[in-house]
Design a protein around this ligand. Structure first.
Ligand code: AMP
Ligand code: GLY
Length: 440
């Protein structure tokens, strides 16, 4: 099978490797020269990931049959609609179906309209004055979100990032003044609990679950600092997480199935990987966001342990023929992202970075290149996350230790890593937090 793969990050490197492992020939389109993707693909072009004319021509020239799209920006711009017009089947949603991510208001209203569990109280505003009147009349904490896409960096939480009415209004005004996310503001009820990611493969009607993952959105150790695209993540060998029960996981899957059913009903059936981010609260899982793609870093946890051929899974998603037998190895994984120093506030980019892939493999780990680029024959950091290092082992502790050993083989003089991700201490803190909430 010949595949087009769009995107040049860590998630896309993991996907291209998985496609190749399952026998596909990959033709890659990305904006940065990701050396991992270049090495794993048959051909590549460097271009704007929303330049459909160029990408469609490249795909046609090379006789591509199927497409995998990594990032949300080309989905929002309608890349799937453009490729499908050319007869290329996509394991990714159309522009209309991608609204489940690209408009937070669309998602919340759909969930409300179909009476699906797990919604949070919310209100949409097109100006700061409306938001101000609303804020004066509520007595609970809220979360401020630009309605459109912000690369995971637009959300601020009262009690954490916003400490007063004035702070909250200042941020809301900043969103409107700078047109952040481009589509207004949504204020959501703040959910308290532990976050988890449940991704599913979807073919328009059927869903197939992936292992549960926990991401770490805050920039600094101890879960403090600004929100980022995600600093790292882990999975456990039983594909659950230590603070969640089987039945709570089933509730999350039921929510995702109902969203898929609702989208078919609305005339925009969903195909591709769907990403459910939930807060596990004492009253069950609550929806934090739904994304129209794999999570990044979460893709780097689950794709290396995927046993079933990824190319086949993509073909089945694209053609509405997904069957229930997708298998993952019973391994634990810990992914820590090496990011440029200052990431989350102001990244210091353009520093040379070296990666000893062979030494990393010997540590029981794997590495995926992300927002790096080739400049004058040297690999340099960009402003977003640089390299994902993933320890893989039978237990979480070994996976974490493998990841730490492997990190020594990524060298750069201006980087940061959240070393606490996947450690026994931090995982135990999550378990204790959930236990305390349940017994209160
Ligand atoms: P998002 O970009 O929507 O994933 O939000 C970034 C982070 O903000 C999430 O990972 C949560 O930690 C937090 N967050 C977002 N929405 C809520 C909410 N309604 N309640 C509590 N925390 C939230
Ligand atoms: N890890 C969060 C995301 O991909 O949106």
């Amino acid at each position: 099978m010949r595949f087009l793969a769009v995107g040049g990050g860590g998630r896309e490197h993991a996907a291209v490797e998985a496609l190749r492992r399952s026998g596909a020939e990959v033709y890659a389109a990305m904006k940065n020269a990701n050396p991992g993707i270049i090495a794993a693909s048959k051909k590549h072009i460097l271009c704007d990931e929303k330049d459909f004319a160029k990408i469609c021509a490249f795909a046609k020239e090379n006789g591509v049959e199927y497409a995998f799209i990594g990032p949300e920006a080309p989905l929002e711009a309608g890349i799937v609609d453009a490729l499908e017009k050319e007869g290329i089947r996509c394991a990714a949603p159309t522009k209309a179906a991608a609204r489940i991510e690209t408009s937070k208001t669309f998602m919340r209203e759909l969930v409300r309209k179909y009476g699906i569990e797990g919604n949070l109280g919310f209100a949409h505003f097109d100006d700061a004055a409306g938001a101000e009147r609303y804020l004066k009349n509520i007595d609970h904490e809220i979360v401020v979100k630009p309605v459109g896409l912000t690369g995971g960096k637009g959300v601020k939480v009262q009690g954490e990032h916003l400490h007063s009415f004035e702070d909250t209004m200042a941020y809301i005004r900043e969103i409107f003044d700078n047109n952040i996310g481009g589509a207004g503001v949504i204020l959501e009820e703040r959910a308290i609990g532990e976050e988890f990611t449940q991704m599913v493969f979807v073919d328009g009607k059927t869903i197939v679950p992936l292992p549960l993952v926990q991401d770490h959105k805050r920039a600094y150790e101890g879960d403090v600092g600004p929100n980022t695209g995600g600093m790292g993540s882990y999975t456990d060998s039983d594909h659950l997480l230590p603070f969640i029960t089987e039945s709570e996981r089933r509730e999350a899957l039921k929510i995702l199935q109902q969203i898929v059913d609702a989208m078919a009903e609305e005339g925009c059936p969903y195909r591709g990987t769907m990403y459910g981010q939930f807060m596990l609260t004492v009253s069950g899982p609550k929806i934090i966001e739904i994304n129209a793609r794999f999570g990044d870093p979460e893709a780097m946890n689950v794709l290396p342990i995927l046993r079933t051929g990824f190319a086949d899974i993509c073909r089945m998603m694209a053609t509405g023929t997904l069957s229930g037998d997708v298998e993952f190895e019973r391994k634990a994984t810990v992914c820590k992202y090496v990011v440029p120093r200052g990431y989350g506030v102001k990244s210091e980019s353009g520093h040379e970075i070296t990666v000893d892939e062979e030494a990393i493999r010997k540590c029981g780990a794997t590495v995926y290149y992300a927002n790096v680029d080739m400049k004058d024959g040297r690999l340099v950091t960009g402003t977003s996350r640089s390299v994902g290092v993933i320890g893989i082992a039978d237990t979480l502790e070994e996976a974490e230790s493998n990841c730490e050993k492997a990190l020594a083989y990524v060298r750069c003089d201006a980087i940061a890593v959240r070393h606490d991700i996947g450690t026994r201490a931090l995982v135990q803190k999550r378990v204790d937090h959930m236990k305390a909430l349940r017994s209160a």
